[in-house]
Ligand binder design. Structure first.
Ligand SMILES: NC(=O)c1ccc[n+]([C@@H]2O[C@H](COP(=O)([O-])OP(=O)(O)OC[C@H]3O[C@@H](n4cnc5c(N)ncnc54)[C@H](O)[C@@H]3O)[C@@H](O)[C@H]2O)c1
Length: 394
């Protein structure tokens, strides 16, 4: 039962765009977390968020490291800072949950995983949308055998990532390209649904040099090129034997267009956008119309806490932190652990390597994500909220 475990004293490091949804959910939604402190390189940002959400303390990284009461640190800095912040916090004996991607370099991710293991500390890594209602419902359909054995899949995401990098400048930096920034949600969802990847073949292309288009942003440079491959076409062979076609194109136009289909021996499913918590799953069986499958799990991203906010669209981010906090209290592995973070990152770097060498990339890492307990919803009756959080307890 939620409430029967001691709360986990937690600090958030990095108070930028995504932090509001985390801070709101960690403070008010997930009862296992006691959010006691915020930290940001420029202190004013942390002070602003602390005042907005009623968080007691603003601290430096070193003050967090030295505070024996803080057990868990949530790293919401940009990918280029993930390694240094996570490493410092692990060295200080803190459990760490990091936003995606784990690090910008696979060897650094492995180093952090070894460091955590040697100190008996927990590590967790986003994307945590895989624990949301959409992907968990898709997993339930697969686990109950409704579509039989999955033999293949097709996933695609496209958008004008170059234009998007004007609005979100961190996309102009390391791991800002579409495969690492958005494709990772598709990679995480595929792992959660089909298990680990065995080998990869791929083609790739860089982003073009982008010239500033949006008039109202005064401090944007005149032009830049997003580093890395912004377009990839890859073939993934899963250990299960399933073959998946992957297409991520950030060099095209418009908002995000998502496609995610899995084909089985008895039927097929169309999975909703894995970058959100409420992607609806559609089921197709022989001799039937396509039907929308009802959610079998809670955490569909709906705000059950307060009047609508501008950041509600980011859904139930923080669920991975809460699941890790219960894992810590229960002394069991967390679902989105270092193996998941490393496997996601190795798939992305493996695609780059396969494209650069023209040969097959054989995966070295593996991981396994257990599904959450179904049937727990976050229905609201007036001020009473149902107990979706018990799905995070094994
Ligand atoms: N923006 C989104 O919509 C979004 C969505 C999902 C996940 N994410 C992920 O969340 C993370 C943060 O993204 P964001 O959009 O909030 O970035 P952001 O650039 O808006 O904010 C990052 C904050 O971290 C601070 N920071 C950087 N290095 C630091 C350090 N060493 N110590 C303390 N503070 C430091 C910066 O000052 C900044 O305020 C990234 O990993 C990103 O991939 C972002």
């Amino acid at each position: 039962m939620p409430g029967s475990y001691p709360k986990v004293k937690t600090a958030v490091v990095g108070c930028g765009s995504i932090s509001s949804i985390y801070i709101r959910n960690l403070k008010s939604l997930f009862t296992i977390i006691d959010l006691v402190a915020l930290c940001n390189r420029t202190r004013e940002k942390a002070e602003e968020k602390a005042a907005q959400f009623g968080i007691p303390k603003v601290m430096t990284l070193e003050e967090i490291a030295a505070d024996p009461e803080i057990e868990l640190v949530v790293n919401l800095t940009p990918p280029g800072s993930h390694y240094e912040v996570t490493k410092r916090m692990l060295e200080a004996g803190k459990h760490v949950y990091s936003e995606k991607v784990f690090t910008t370099d696979l060897s650094q991710a492995r180093e952090l995983a070894d460091l955590a293991k040697s100190r008996g500390l927990y590590l967790g890594v986003a994307p945590d949308t895989v624990l949301g209602a959409g992907i968990q419902t898709a997993r339930r359909i697969l686990d109950t055998g409704l579509i039989g054995n999955v033999s293949s899949g097709l996933v695609s995401v496209t958008r004008s990532h170059n234009l998007m990098s004007e609005l979100f400048p961190f996309l102009q930096g390391q791991c800002g390209c579409l495969p690492y920034d958005v494709g990772v949600y598709y990679v995480g969802a595929l792992i959660a649904l089909l298990g680990p990847v065995k080998s990869i073949r791929a083609f790739a292309a860089p982003a073009p040099v982008h010239e500033k288009q949006l008039l109202f942003l005064e401090h944007t440079p005149a032009s830049w090129q997003i580093p890395g491959n912004n377009l990839v076409c890859a073939g993934l062979e899963f250990k299960s034997g399933a073959l998946v076609s992957m297409h991520f194109n950030g060099n095209t136009v418009g908002d995000e267009q998502s496609r995610f289909e899995l084909y089985g021996s008895l039927g097929m499913i169309k999975v909703g956008d894995p970058n959100v918590f409420n992607g609806r799953v559609k089921l197709l069986l022989p001799e039937s119309q396509e039907v929308e499958f009802p959610f079998t799990h809670g955490y569909d991203g709906t705000n059950t806490l307060s009047a609508p906010t501008s950041f509600d669209g980011s859904g139930h981010r923080g669920i991975g932190v809460a699941e890790m906090a219960y894992a810590l209290r229960q002394g069991r592995p967390n679902r989105l652990n270092q193996d998941y973070g490393i496997h996601c990152l190795e798939i992305l770097t493996g695609i780059d390597e396969a494209a650069a060498t023209g040969s097959t990339y054989e995966m070295k890492s593996t991981c396994h994500i257990r599904p959450l307990t179904p049937g727990r919803y976050s229905t609201v009756w007036g001020s009473a909220r149902a107990d979706a959080e018990s799905a995070l307890i094994d």
